[in-house]
Design a protein around this ligand. Structure first.
Ligand code: AMP
Length: 191
């Protein structure tokens, strides 16, 4: 099993690159943002609870997303590996993920961390907001709140994996294909 985390601030290209990576490497894509949006569109109790946080650009409570990831892991017993996108986003989530993967004897192989300047992130998110239908993408205040959450709570997740020498920084600016090639080079070193 090959498990990888695609990491980076909102707008760094995780969703776009995840689609290409799962196609090439046959991994199962687990995006907590996508799972939460699906809960919202089905108007489940979990979705309704999560929406209050997402509308403000705040992180959803750890126990909610950890529960979703735990079910998704159990629901895909034959996966060749998982690509985690937008998870873990706090140190507590990272520790919980490591415990869940320990049970499967399949630790995280690498965290690929996309680096993009803040001005470029805001530009990309506002542009995405024109077509994504995501209310959290077309309001600059919500975008800034998401980036603040990233700095306050999520950036430390990279430090968590650095202690195990699992982090590779990847330049997240340039063309989609250039960035994809950089990511693939890092994966191929390890797969
Ligand atoms: P994303 O699609 O990854 O940009 O996530 C959209 C929103 O969903 C975030 O702004 C958070 O409110 C929520 N979210 C997604 N993943 C997580 C996570 N791992 N932990 C907490 N909240 C999350």
């Amino acid at each position: 099993m090959f498990n990888l985390i695609l990491f980076g601030p909102p707008g760094s290209g995780k969703g776009t690159q995840s689609e290409k990576l799962i196609a090439k490497y046959g991994l199962k894509h687990l995006s907590t943002g996508d799972l939460l949006r699906s809960e919202i569109s089905h108007q489940t109790p979990l979705g309704k609870e999560a929406q209050n946080f997402m509308d403000k650009g705040q992180l959803v409570p750890d126990e909610v997303v950890i529960g979703m990831i735990s079910s998704a892991l159990d629901g895909n017993p034959n996966a060749k590996g998982f690509l985690f996108d937008g998870f873990p986003r706090t140190a507590a989530q990272a520790e919980a993920l490591d415990k869940l993967l320990e049970l499967k004897n399949a630790p995280i192989a690498v965290m690929l961390a996309l680096e993009v300047s803040e001005a470029e992130l805001i530009k990309r998110l506002l542009k995405r907001g024109e077509t994504s239908g995501r209310s959290d993408d077309n309001n600059e205040n919500v975008i800034r709140a998401r980036i603040t959450e990233y700095h306050n709570k999520t950036a430390v997740v990279a430090d968590y994996y650095k202690q195990f020498e699992k982090v590779e920084m990847v330049k997240g600016e340039g063309s989609i294909d250039e960035i994809f090639d950089r990511l693939c080079k890092e994966i191929d070193k390890r797969a």
